[in-house]
Design a protein around this ligand. Structure first.
Ligand code: NAD
Ligand code: MN
Length: 357
């Protein structure tokens, strides 16, 4: 029996609603496999916690999380608490402290889903965006001078280290190799950003030379964004800096049916620290409390978590079942054109999976 310790942060808004379905899926996986078991520890670290305690998590919160094998997050953010507090004091410290330098975000059109891109089908849309998750444009460095005067200046430094740049690009190449993919694209903007991006390009080319059998290319981010729409079928793996990856992954989610379906992993590939799996979407205050949030992004994130833990059979089973239910089509939440509730869709997936196994 393999026992995994899972730290769970349901969060705010629809976070706890979709997490409930995710935890049901974990229970079902235990039942199906027999050889895995999950020891769940839930933490109420969210914006309510902040309102009571003046912080998003306890002072030793990261030490507590460090004890788990993996972390599952719902979503964070609530009206009344500025996002720079909720995100910068909970999610970013977790990503940085645990060296979750890979933010992996599949852009995959599931069976049964229709892309807003006309003529694009299931087989056309299946690639992965690997986003750098610890440095780059989202650095803490910079400052503001001459506040409130006409001469005011805001400077935000971009931080690209050789260590950080090499490890994310290396990861992208080895991911492509492992999954039998041959095309790898680096997102750049070295025609406009003349220090960090040429550095990024050099490292991309250095590492690319070690993979002569792969088809590699650097595309400028503006053109690349357009290619996501005009020829998404040509992509296998796209590797991008923190900001470029952030933008590309929302675009990736949009072309495969929306945020309700889009999962992500914040991965520490060396497994020195726990990795964290979460939907790309936020706490959706506009639909929170109505019981209509789509739980698929959360459940797919758990499928990615199973892959990460080495149970690819279970990860695959979960994703296949999500596709079966979407293809069958009668149980869908409103964001994907149906009238089902969060728990009806969660149950449909879980029952189908138990039936299949
Ligand atoms: P959002 O992702 O919460 O919502 C955007 C739109 O998508 C909304 O119309 C929402 O109803 C819809 N949507 C999102 N998830 C859905 C789901 N599972 N099912 C059905 N519809 C869904 O983004 P936002 O409105 O910009 O942000 C709301 C809050 O979430 C903010 O406080 C923001 O900072 C926070 N946020 C948190 C994270 C995170 O926890 N990682 C990520 C993004 C935004
Ligand atoms: Mn984003």
């Amino acid at each position: 029996m393999k026992l995994y310790s899972v730290g769970v942060i349901p969060g705010d808004g629809i976070g706890p609603e979709v997490m409930e379905e995710g935890l049901k899926a974990l229970k079902a996986l235990e039942k199906i496999h027999g050889g895995v078991s999950f020891d769940i520890h839930s933490y109420n670290w969210n914006c309510d916690y902040y309102k009571k305690n003046g912080r998003m998590m306890p002072e030793n919160g990261l030490d507590i999380l460090a004890e788990h094998d993996v972390i599952l997050l719902g979503a964070i953010g609530a009206p009344g608490v500025p996002d720079h507090i909720s995100v910068w004091e909970l999610i970013l410290p977790i990503r940085r402290r645990f060296q979750q330098y890979v933010n992996m975000r599949p852009a995959k059109l599931l069976r049964g889903m229709v892309s807003p891109l006309r003529y694009k089908e299931h087989a056309d849309l299946d690639f992965v965006i690997v986003r750098e998750n610890t440095e780059g444009e989202y650095s803490d460095m910079g400052g503001r001078l001459h506040r409130g005067t006409p001469y005011e200046i805001a400077v935000q430094n971009n931080v690209f280290t050789r260590f950080g740049t090499e490890r994310i690009i290396r990861y992208a190449f080895s991911l492509a190799e492992e999954s039998g993919k041959s095309r790898i694209i680096g997102a750049t903007k070295s025609n406009g950003i003349n220090h960090s991006m040429p550095f990024w390009d050099e490292i991309f080319k250095e590492i690319g030379q070690r993979y002569p059998h792969m088809e590699t290319n650097l595309y400028h981010i503006d053109a690349l964004a357009a290619y996501f729409i005009s020829k998404p079928e040509t992509f296998d793996v796209v590797v991008a800096s923190n900001l470029f990856g952030d933008i590309l992954t929302d675009l990736g989610a949009a072309i495969v049916g929306g945020l309700g379906l889009a999962p992500s992993g914040n991965i520490n590939p060396e497994k020195e620290y726990p990795s964290m799996f979460e939907p790309i979407h936020g706490s959706a205050p506009d639909i929170a409390g109505k019981g209509i949030a789509n739980p698929i992004a959360q459940i797919w994130s758990i499928s990615m978590m199973m892959d990460h833990l080495g149970h690819r059979d279970l990860g695959h089973l979960l994703l296949e079942t999500i596709e079966d239910v979407l293809e069958e089509g009668s149980v869908r939440t409103p964001d994907i054109g149906g009238r089902a509730t969060t728990s009806q869709l969660g149950d449909a997936i879980i029952n189908k999976m138990i039936g299949k196994a």
